[in-house]
Design a protein around this ligand. Sequence first.
Ligand code: NAD
Length: 436
Amino acid sequence: MRIAMIGTGYVGLVTGTCFAETGNDVICVDCDAEKIRLLQAGGCPIYEPGLEELLQRNIAAGRLRFTTDLPSAVRWAKLIFIAVGTPSRDDGSVDLSALWAVVEEMAPHLAEDAIVVIKSTAPVGTNAAVTARLRELTGRSVDVATNPEFLKEGAAVEDFMKPDRVVVGARREEVLEILWDLYQPYLRTDKPLLFMSPESAEMTKYAANAMLATKISFINEIAAICERTGADINDVRRGIGHDSRIGFAFLFPGVGYGGSCFPKDVRALAAVARAHDVTPRILEATHQVNEHQKGILLRKIREHFGGALSDKTIAIWGLSFKPGTDDIREAPSLVLIDGLLQHGAALRVYDPEAMDNVRKRYGNRLTYCQHRDEALDDADALVIVTEWKQFVHPDFDEMKRRLKRPVIFDGRNIYNPHRMKDLGFTYYSIGRPPVR
Ligand code: NAD
């Protein structure tokens, strides 16, 4: 199958590469010339486990190419995937300008039998609007399918290769058959390809992300109640998780969800609801709880130090919005960094993958450390924001030697409070009673 992937970001690059891996001919298109140059030179613009090896193999096999030339890629392809960003506008609704720019640019170049597939997350009604616009621009009926992507950054290749399900929204059986054929190699363990209307496919993606975000806000709210009442969220989490109606997934308390999807998709679905005279009470609460949660570490730090931070140095471990990625979009770490800087603290930061992205944002306002332990040197406290595996078993004696004071604010509950007390740390975590 000849596939053009338009938008070579976290989704487009992974998806395009994984399609090439099963023997398809893929050309990835992006308007970011620097990104395309890097890919053409064999580099990888993002950190994603397993991606680089897959990229190299498929480039070498001649099945994966990169270009900025959208018209020629569209002319050549049978399937044209749109995987450009769909960020939030200030009012929470979705900015579809990149998607529309692609639709306008591709229209004159579409082959007679080409199928356009919207992989970007876009609100219900987008497929119908794109279909109508392509009819206007081409004077004929162009097939437009919606095929939302459910991969997680940090496990994107694995998720794409072994999806829980594939969702295809299309208006014609023939389109479904082509996409069914394309996805067969990834659905070998009886995982379903679910066929539905484009509208249902569009809603499915938002409903999935809103559900997951709601679980996170729910457990964070329960954690806040635990903290005030002496209950331990970890016991409560286990106590409810063993109920098969509830389960364990996405019920870890923390510093709030971030990333390029949950925050913007919850806001977008709420905006769609409001536009259709539905009051999105749960979605708004999910968002509000999350905004509050992103401030939890700053509140704990200020409380510990009596509010004054101008003479304090704080070490931060973990900057990406979750482990396994270099992505810092809407990361809780940014809210913490902004708050700490505002209160005059000096910051020594470390992350295994996200340092370059953070440096681009903060320049010389932070001290960037090459190593986990280097960040601790002379700091008044350590704050753990992202639960990278390498933070789970540090050398606690070495930590105490390097820190000015043995104080840890753990936003991910990765240590045992009793053990931390025995080791001589003042230890704060989320939703667990302090052990003093
Ligand atoms: P991204 O910002 O990483 O990548 C988007 C790419 O599109 C960029 O490289 C950008 O240069 C390119 N682009 C923008 N306008 C273009 C144009 N006119 N022509 C060609 N290229 C253009 O975004 P992403 O994280 O890959 O997300 C893409 C879509 O997938 C979004 O709708 C997002 O909501 C959805 N999604 C993302 C994830 C995720 O984990 N990141 C998961 C599922 C779905």
